[in-house]
Design a protein around this ligand. Structure first.
Ligand SMILES: [Ca+2]
Length: 484
């Protein structure tokens, strides 16, 4: 009955957006390691007019959470609509590149389902993490990764050569490879500009009868923070703010932060002082402005093609990133700053333009939502919820929490409700509780300020029960995990 009602709402909503029998195109934009620190999220430091325009013409989900704060599992979860436990993947490994499809042949991915329903799907850049495979032939009619070296400038080459010569004589360089770089060069010198050019050409030359599912995955602002100089020039280094919470919060357990110190594969932590912190943040912001400019080119190409009003545009990030927050330069935790992601949908005719929705939702919800709007059946492996009821009624009860997990101290599950972030570390097999954390998340801060587990035992008990009730029946892949 509920499903029937949802379908009826979907059909009436979508038929008001599209001419009958006119399937909408999909423009699917992925951004790597971009925390939602944009103007459209109420922040003010980053210059991103095109993403802000998208938000102004669409719907911004201000409490959207990834399912694991790491590229590979977050993306595979989104693309299959399944939680890491459901798909059986918790990581990726560059020395053991695999095709995830070989391990989970029965699963239908999001673009695959669109292909099954008359769409042409083509992708550029980083959609899946390629260490888990790009799934060409299943998810895509055609896929181009288009990688270019991040270190194109003469200065970066010099730094790399110096590091190599130091390592050759047994010394440890402060800079192993640059964490930041700028160069007065074209957008196309680097991967994202180059792939944007290809995506624009795709749109210009598209003549097929089928609607398209065009995916463009940007590799910035992921480390290293490298972008053409003109994007660095948008910012005044002196006015870039330092992190508000630069120390660990009271009550963090030994598992709260990650042992994975991402920045240390670029530079020594010993050289990260206040100036370096500002330089790194400057680089991260410049990379976002660089990506934003590329998004502007794609939106323009879509408009020039006359397809803007017949295209659903979805923009998402795979997870956040700590820029000195809690003293860290990495992701890979269940903290708000690593799990909260940008997520914007722009519907044709700018339906519900400028709406902000603060209900906690998951990236697994993208698959059923897009399928609903395109009037396509959602694959049975999807675990997420269609966001359609929320668009009809912002107070609709969609899900009791958004779930994120990370394999740490057994398995760390973290649930986000409107008010709380509750994290519980359990034995992977018995679900026996090992450790608990509770944070009251204030809307104005959206950071963990203190673990208040001891102050609210009833809340801990309630949320723990909610989590365990879920775990008892949650889909779980019981074969061998996808290797990493
Ligand atoms: Ca990422």
């Amino acid at each position: 009955m509920k499903k029937f009602l949802l379908k009826a709402i979907a059909v009436s909503f979508t038929s008001s957006l599209f001419a009958q029998n006119d399937k909408p195109n999909v423009l699917f934009i992925a951004i790597d390691d971009m925390r939602p620190e944009l103007n459209c999220y109420g922040e003010s430091q980053i210059i991103s007019p095109n993403m802000d325009r998208l938000a102004n013409e669409g719907i911004t989900f201000t409490r959207a959470y990834c399912q694991q704060a790491l590229c590979g599992p977050s993306r595979l979860s989104l693309m299959t609509g399944m939680h890491p436990d459901g798909i059986g993947n918790y990581g990726m490994n560059s020395s053991n590149k695999i095709e995830w499809r070989d391990y989970r042949p029965g699963v239908t991915s999001l673009p695959e389902q669109f292909r099954n329903n008359g769409y042409y799907a083509e992708g550029f850049g980083k959609i899946y993490d390629n260490r888990l495979g790009i799934d060409e032939g299943y998810s895509w009619d055609k896929f181009t990764q288009g990688w270019k070296g991040a270190y194109s400038s003469p200065r970066a080459q010099e730094i790399l050569a110096t590091a190599d010569s130091l390592i050759a004589i047994g010394e440890e360089p402060d800079i192993i490879r640059p964490a930041v770089d700028f160069w007065d060069t074209t957008d196309e010198t680097y991967t994202d500009g180059s792939n944007t050019k290809l995506a624009v050409e795709f749109l210009q030359n598209y003549i097929k009868d089928e609607p398209f599912f065009l995916a463009v995955g940007f590799s910035k602002p992921h480390l290293p923070f490298v972008a053409p100089k003109k994007y660095w020039d948008l910012y005044d280094r002196n006015s870039i703010k330092l992190p508000q919470y630069a120390n660990v919060a009271p009550g963090f357990t030994e598992y709260t932060l990650s042992p994975y110190k991402e920045i240390e594969s670029y530079i020594s932590r010993s050289i990260i002082d206040e100036d370096k912190t500002k330089e790194l943040r400057h680089g991260y912001y410049a990379c976002i402005s660089y990506v934003d400019a590329q998004i502007g080119k794609i939106l323009q190409a879509l408009e020039d093609k006359g397809e803007l009003q017949n295209t659903i545009i979805v923009l998402w990030g795979d997870h956040g990133f700590k820029l000195g927050d809690f003293g860290e330069w990495a992701k890979a935790t269940n903290l708000e700053i690593d799990t909260r992601v940008p997520f914007i949908i722009r519907f044709p005719k700018k339906s519900m333009a400028g709406t902000k929705i603060a209900t906690p939702i998951e990236l697994t919800d993208i698959m059923p939502t897009l399928c609903d709007f395109a009037n396509i059946e959602t694959p049975s492996n999807a675990e997420g919820k269609s966001l359609l009821p929320l668009l009809c009624d912002q107070n609709a009860e969609l899900r009791p929490f958004a779930l994120t997990q990370y394999p740490r101290n057994g398995m760390a599950y973290s649930i986000r409700t409107q008010k709380w972030r509750y994290t519980e570390y359990v034995d992977k097999n018995t679900f026996e509780t090992r450790e608990q954390e509770l944070y009251l998340i204030r809307d104005e801060i959206l950071m963990e300020e203190e673990n208040v587990e001891d102050l609210y035992p009833e809340e801990v008990a309630r949320l723990s029960k909610m989590l365990h009730d879920y775990l008892e029946t949650a889909p779980r892949w019981d074969g061998p995990a996808i290797p990493y």
